[in-house]
Ligand binder design. Structure first.
Ligand SMILES: [Fe+2]
Ligand SMILES: [Fe+2]
Length: 174
């Protein structure tokens, strides 16, 4: 594989995992809204996630990147995670958002670094920067909305962070 091919493969992997992540995020919010349909705060975040997903969908088509084969699993898993956390309570739904966004923030931060240093792709970098800021906003909104007061917060957060990390790892390759 020459340098150009290698570069393309790294970019493709980034687009694939980001699209998968935003797809999963959308499903999580769908699940939460199925239980809490009138929640304006959750609706507001879901709206931003929809834009994130649309932008990565576009980039995916433009770069001819295949989506992750795990999409059907992420759809069910994301929805289940969102709905079950919201069923525990609004605090738990927020704890779920906080845990996911902590991992996504870190994931986008790593990508930002890579995109600045090794693999230059300004279009992707711009999106990652913008979306990362919004994920940080979501994180703060979740904290303001009592995420940390959820019953069993520590365990819940630990579990969801690990699930999210695993999903990212798998989506890069499969
Ligand atoms: Fe997002
Ligand atoms: Fe988000």
């Amino acid at each position: 594989m020459d340098k150009k091919e290698k570069h393309k493969e790294i970019i493709n992997e980034m687009i694939r995992v980001n699209q998968a992540g935003e797809f999963g995020a959308q499903k999580i919010y769908e699940g939460q809204l199925a239980v809490l349909p009138k929640d304006k705060t959750i609706k507001g975040m879901a709206k931003q996630e929809k834009i994130h997903l649309e932008e990565f969908n576009k980039l995916m088509i433009k770069n001819r990147v295949r989506p992750t084969a795990m999409s059907p699993i992420w759809a069910v898993g994301g929805f289940f995670l969102g709905a079950s956390s919201a069923l525990i309570g609004r605090d738990a739904a927020m704890a779920c958002t906080l845990a996911v966004e902590e991992v996504i923030d870190k994931h986008y931060e790593d990508q930002e670094k890579k995109l600045k240093k090794n693999v230059k792709d300004m279009e992707l970098l711009k999106l990652v920067k913008k979306f990362r800021n919004e994920e940080i906003e979501h994180k703060n909104i979740a904290i303001e909305n009592n995420a940390k007061n959820a019953r069993g917060y520590k365990l819940l957060s630990f579990g969801i962070r690990n699930i999210t990390r695993a999903a990212i790892k798998i989506s890069k390759k499969i």
